[in-house]
Structure formats: structure tokens, C-alpha cells
Design a protein around this ligand. Sequence first.
Ligand code: DQQ
Length: 540
Amino acid sequence: YSTNQPYRTGYHFQPPKNWINDPNGPLIYKGVYHLFYQYNPKGAQWGNIVWAHSVSTDLINWIPLDPAIFPSQPSDINGCWSGSTTILHGNKPSILYTGINKLNHQVQNLAYPKDFSDPFLREWIKSPENPVIEPTSENKINASSFRDPTTGWLGKDGKWRGIVGSKRSTRGIAILYKSKDFVKWKKSKHPLHSAKGTGMWECPDFFPVLKNGIKGVDTSLNDDYVRHVLKVSLDDKKHDYYLIGSYDEEKDRFVPDRGFEEVEIEEVFRYDYGKYYASKTFFDYEKNRRILLGWVNESSSIPDDIKKGWSGIHTIPRTIWLHESGKQLVQWPVVEIEKLRVNHVNLPTKLLKGAELLQINGVTASQADVEIAFEVNKNTIGEAEVLEKLPDPQILCSQKGTSVKSGLGPFGLFVFASKGLQEFTSVFFRIFGFQNKNIVLFCSDQSRSSLNKDNDLTSYGTFIDVDVLHEKLSLRTLIDHSVVESFGGEGKACITARVYPTLAVNDKALIYAFNNGTTDVKITSLNAWSMKKARLNGKL
Ligand code: DQQ
């Protein structure tokens, strides 16, 4: 492939070449972080799937190892699809993954490290009992919708539990299995949870979060101090949705506070409102945090992916916890990413006038970390445009875009901006009045991101729960050659976008703060850094 690669990332995870998708089985073992991922060793499109394997001591710099799991037996000969790791008694890791068997049925397989004393867990042995779970005529499971086993959790009865994603007609299901020894599994009568009309549940993830505080807890913990989260990747929507609720261990059921059947799908929270899928968490017991990893597909055309020889990246690992409101999760890039920051630029507090553009100089604008916070003057809040009803936020973002002025907003950042603004991607807020309250719209607008219109230029957006009369409105954006990974409201909402500028490339890229509204807003803080290159599976 071409060596002139302006879109390869400097610090977002990717292998040297070829296709990648879901993160699989992340874990920490003997002080080493392991990341497995769906990988095509033979090309830049999905196919020939194996579990590629990388290790790290900081979740930022990664060293590649040989693939850990690849087709080798009748139960996985047509592919080794997604799954999870579980640390069993005696600190023994194990992998449960979906194999595509010789009949092209989806079955669940088990594997163990060959050598538990190897912190790199280089070699894995498949269980002679494989497949350990399979669809049969008795259990009436659809053999082409039965995949992605979760990390197991231990019940108070000493039995392991795990779920497998599935569907029956259009009802999404998390099928529950129990086991004493992690080898022989029995399907429970009831699923852990299901919801009509949601379609296939891919890559389910089920874990506890503390009611108070940002610390993570072990996947098996279930007491008065935790709530539970069920995340599912909806195949029909290609988004990751999460529900917060209670896990009733006696009935072995998850009961969401606001489930798919109680609210409109648009009201169910997502981890990310941009391009983001098939995510998975793990508990980092060394640093007492829960970490979330996710896959970001390309927005370029398949011929372009083949030309550049690669497709897919992962987001920066995010620490994830329950917001103090108890209503939603919060995500923030792991602190280790801050080691890559250099050339700190700090701008003093400043009023950003209506229609003003402020260039942020002094950082490498194609590989940067920018944090900005805004304050809206209480006396100008009446300027906010009033909405009669609440439209779909993503549609609102694309209708109004960056250019339609309103009373309060849009204001935010232009990234990957070319001189003269023929190209730019904008990440911004708009404030509206709605039913005597103020609501905040958070958008990432890719419509002007590239002169190459073969790319997917869809705008993304969501409403974000920030009270602008009493709180600052903050935005952090991780910029990385073709990645714009944004965190609004201190991590209450994330939007990840992929862009492929033709002019705003490498040292031609610029960053601006902008206010395209008619009312002034105050920048209360603005910090920006160039980001060093991370070791990403190859040479530095
Ligand atoms: N990707 C895997 C499946 C999973 C899907 C195959 C989600 O196991 O359901 O590569 O992206």
C-alpha cells in the first residue's frame, strides 16, 4: 500500500495494515493489558476473521503478538468471531468466543492460555469440549443469530453466568447460561433480558457500576452499592445502546429503569452518537476502574479503503462510571493519554463575539488534544431559539449545521480546517429554549470535512444534559489525522467521527474556536496540546 498515508492515526489503536473490527476480551493480567480484536489477515475488508492480539502497559502504546485464536477445529473452521475473557478462580484467564462451525452455525467455544506464567499469554489452547454451547433443535435457537458471549460473572450460589446475544423474529435477546465449571453450560429458562422490535443483539456487555463515585468494580459484584448496566450493539441500527437498572440475582433477570419497550429508541442512551460499535468493558483491578473500548469504522468508500490498505480503528480507551444523577454514564479518556501531550497552549479567558473566529496556534493541528469551556451570560439566555417540540437531535444538527445562525450558538471548534475554510469539521453546541427550560444540542458536522464527496459526510448529534445557567459547557476533542473523538459536558455525551480532508492534511490543518451565533459567549478556559505519536503495533 501507499506510504503516503495522511489518514493513519498517530495515537488511536490500529494495526499496520488490513481490516479490524470489534475489540475482544480486553483484560489485565500480571500487570499487562491485553487487547484482542477481530482482524482480517488478508485484506482491508471484513473476512477470514481471527483474534489478533496486542499487549500494553499503559493502554496507549501497543506491541503486536501473533493471533491468539484462529480457525483450527470443526467448531470454528469458518471464523473466530467476538467474545470475552473471564478471570477464573486462581487468577486463570479464559476466553469464550463464537466459532463459525463447518455447517456455518454459530457456536460458543472455550480456550485457555497454554502457559499461565507467561504475562503475554501468547499461546491459547482450545478446550477439547468445544463447542461448549451450541444451538440445537430442542433449544430453538437461531443458529445464525447466536453470538458474542460476555465476560462471566459469579452468582452467590457459586455458579458462573454469562449471556449470548441473539434474536427471535425481531425480538432482541440476551440468552442466559449457567455453569459450575465454565465448561458445561446450561441454558436458563428465561433470558437475562429481551426487548421486542430491537432486532439482533450483538456484543452484549453486562456489568455493575457504583452508585456513588467513579471507581470501577468487579464484574461479579452485586450489592446495595451498585446498579447494573446492559449494553447491546443493535445490528439494525449499528449503534451501541445501554440500559441502567437492577440485577435481580434470585430471578436472574435484569430490570432496566427505562427499557427499550418503555421509551422511544431515540431516548435510550448511547455510548457514542457518532461512528462507534461493538464496544466492550473490562474491570482494571490494578487501577480500580472500568474501561471501555470501541470500534470505529471508516467513513471512506471501500475502494479507498482497499487503496490505503487498511480499515477500522479503536477509540482511546475510556474510563466509564455512573453519573451522580444515576441516570446516565460518563466516559472520559484514560489518564495515560495525557502522557502524549506536548506544546501546551493556554489561552486566557475571552469573550467570543457573535460571528467571531479565533485561531488556536502553537499545536500540531492534525494530532492534538483540545479542551475548551464556555459560559453563557444569564442575561442573554432569552436569546436562545425556542423549540415548539423536540425533534430528533441528529436531524436538528444536520438541518441547522454550522452555518445557520441562532441567538445562542452554534459555538465550538473547527478542526481539520483548511486555510480559507474550504474544508472543516465542526464540533459545537446550540442552546434552545423548550418548555421554559434550556436544552443543549451537541453536534459534530462532517458536511464540509472533505472536498472528496465519496466519503460519508453525515452529521451526528444528541441533546446533552447540562444546565447552562449554572454549569460551564465543556468540550474536549481528540484530533488524530482522520479521527475527531469528542466529549461534551465533561463526558456526558461522546461523538466520534471519521474525516478525510484533502487540503487540511498534516501541517496544513488548522484549529479554530468559533461562535456563529448572534450573541457573545465567554470562553472560560482553553487548553490545547500537540499529541506525540504512540507506539501502535509497529515502529514508533
Ligand atoms: N462482529 C463479529 C460478530 C459480531 C459483529 C464478527 C459485531 O461476532 O456480532 O466479526 O460487529
